[in-house]
Design a protein around this ligand. Structure first.
Ligand SMILES: [Zn+2]
Length: 59
């Protein structure tokens, strides 16, 4: 789900204020690596909703 670039440009990671990268189903912080889910085209910019896929790999 693409997020408009002008919107992406003004948003920052709420955890570290790093730049965000638009991925298929999430916005990914290029600084700390947190993934913010995008639901119905709206990025959920909450640290509580963010996840790190690499830490889920051990299941
Ligand atoms: Zn971050």
């Amino acid at each position: 789900m693409p997020v408009p670039e002008d919107l992406l440009a003004i948003m920052a990671c709420p955890a570290c204020h790093g730049a965000l990268e638009d991925r298929e189903e999430a916005l990914v912080c290029t600084s700390c690596g947190l993934h913010y889910p995008v639901r119905d085209g709206i990025p959920i910019m909450l640290v509580e909703e963010a996840y790190r896929p690499e830490e889920d790999g051990g299941r």
